[in-house]
Design a protein around this ligand. Structure first.
Ligand SMILES: *Cc1c(COP(=O)(O)O)cnc(C)c1O
Length: 514
């Protein structure tokens, strides 16, 4: 088999040439390998250049872009898209990621010219509709959470977390309590929580999980002191459980003069049912790209608005909305306390439109039903699998995701990784693996509310059949999997540490991870 300069097999359009011999999975060359730099995909007349006004900025070497026709370029990207698994092609039960269906209505509304064709530097008077979308979205987020303020602009959950913790830090500095240098993070927290605290220079102190997977208020109390700035609690936590003592935890944290940051990325499990403000939370990010169905992963940018309590609201970043007699405007400059700006312009406008469309098309009762259906679906999977798969925390019903550990695979020679890879051959995206860290060989399955019972049953049937095959000693079906994917097992560590990001003409380049 011939290889290209990146060490991948070549053979455009030839069927059955992938490593697995699967039909209709052609290897896809790079655009540079399809087109060449001597030709152009379009006929452009020669241009008479006038006076050169670029001086030293004028390009001296050729651009070296491949010339492709529109169908060649189109086919390249369509073929690439078919090599990938997406929520539009099948179930994607990746725990903690809420890979739910992205309703096409959201897309239709986001493409209206009044939203899609405007520019952030237009005068406010010409974009009142877009500003009204931001205002209504803010209203819904504050109502659903019962919180006093919201900062829309962070561009991801982790970014929102950072902003929320920066607001807490600023509030404590303003109170003359800059000496609070510790942030408590329960073991069942999402990995971004300790990362955020550490990034801001805090010392992270872990709070151990109880045997039942929840956080013990007594352990929190024991860890609290006048040096603690905040606790960062994920609720529902990464074991898929709602923290039963969350109100007591909030009270203890406040009594110690600290703030309660809640990681609300898993809001999909409780929206319309529980208002985080009622639990005593001071700041919480919400992932529009999870709970409110805007495309994410390979499909689009995130948006991680942060809701804030009254005490933290003065520390929110700019810009924020203000209603005047002339309409709505974005305020760019406020008092000394505000954090300044955390994004360019106003954040991810297209995601705001999609999220608000989702909210309005569901209504308050529809959002609550979506959360309840997400929880029902996860419990259905747990109930169908628990006789065969090992459930580490059986005491509570699960919330929006079902957690299993790898003890059911003991003695089979099959690991969690092998099992997940075998799922690919069955047409499903793997579940989240080895996370949360509190259980051994974790498998975290989040079906979301948008899967039908038929799909859930097919998934459960496949999971049970795979478990049976593993127990029957068919380990080669797992350790070599996936057999039917266009790529088999990648050296992900090498790909992350030595990424090949640049195409070079001659093969003097390190090989891509394979
Ligand atoms: C997804 C997730 C995050 C991070 O959100 P990003 O948008 O990926 O930055 C944080 N916490 C939890 C619990 C999550 O599920």
């Amino acid at each position: 088999m011939s290889m290209n300069s990146q060490g991948r097999p070549t053979g455009i359009g030839t069927l059955g040439t992938s490593a697995t011999g699967s039909a209709l999975l052609p290897e896809e060359p790079l655009l540079f390998e399809i087109g060449d730099t001597d030709h152009s995909g379009v006929d452009l007349p020669d241009v008479e250049l006038g006076e050169d006004r670029l001086g030293d900025f004028a390009r001296r070497s050729p651009l070296d872009l491949p010339g492709l026709t529109e169908p060649e370029a189109m086919r390249h990207y369509v073929r690439l898209s078919r090599l990938n698994h997406s929520i539009d092609s099948g179930m994607y039960p990746l725990g903690s990621c809420t890979m739910k269906h992205n309703p096409r209505l959201n897309e239709k509304i986001a493409r209206l010219p009044g939203f899609a064709d405007i520019h952030p530097l237009q005068p406010f008077s010409t974009v009142q509709g877009a500003l009204a979308v931001m205002d209504q979205l803010s209203h819904w987020l504050m109502t659903l959470t019962n919180m006093a303020a919201v900062a829309l602009s962070p561009k991801a959950g982790a970014h929102g977390e950072l902003l929320g913790m920066m607001a807490i830090k600023a509030a404590q500095d303003a109170r003359g309590e800059a000496g609070r240098r510790i942030v408590l993070v329960p073991e069942s927290a999402h990995g971004t929580n300790p990362a955020t605290a550490a990034f801001l220079g805090y010392t992270v102190k872990a709070v151990p999980a109880r045997d039942d997977g929840t956080v013990d208020v007594e352990a929190v109390k024991a860890a609290l002191s006048s040096e603690v700035a905040a606790i960062m609690l994920t609720n529902p936590n990464t074991c898929g459980l709602f923290e039963p003592q969350v109100i007591d935890i909030a009270r203890a944290v406040h009594e110690a003069g600290a703030f309660f940051y809640c990681d609300g990325a898993n809001f999909n499990a409780i929206m319309g049912v529980v208002r985080p403000g009622d639990l005593g939370i001071d700041a919480m990010h919400i992932n529009l790209h999870k709970t409110f169905s805007t495309p994410h992963g390979g499909g689009g940018p995130g948006a991680g608005p942060v809701v804030l309590s009254e005490a933290l609201a003065p520390f929110a970043p700019v810009p924020f909305l203000r209603k005047t007699s002339g309409g709505i405007e974005l305020v760019e400059h406020v008092g000394e306390q505000a954090l300044g700006r955390v994004t360019a312009f106003q954040g991810q406008m297209g995601m705001y439109v999609r999220a608000l469309t989702y909210m309005l098309s569901h209504g308050g009762d529809g959002l609550a039903q979506a959360a309840q259906d997400a929880v029902l679906n996860a419990n259905y999977i747990k109930a169908r699998l628990e006789a065969v798969f090992s459930v580490p925390f059986p005491d509570y019903p699960t919330m929006h995701e079902a957690l299993f550990d790898d003890s059911f695979l003991k003695g089979t020679g099959v690991s969690t990784l092998d099992f997940a890879k075998a799922l690919i051959d069955e047409g499903f995206h793997p579940m989240t693996m080895y996370f949360p860290l509190v259980v051994h060989g974790a498998m975290l399955v989040e079906p979301t509310e948008s899967e039908s019972k038929q799909t859930l049953d097919r998934f459960c049937d496949v999971m049970l059949a795979l478990a049976e095959a593993a127990k029957a000693g068919q380990s080669e079906r797992f350790t070599g999997a996936p057999f039917k994917a266009p790529r088999r097992r990648l050296d992900e560590t090498r790909a992350a540490r030595q990424p090949v990001l640049k195409w070079e003409r001659e093969s003097e380049v390190p090989q891509a991870a394979e």
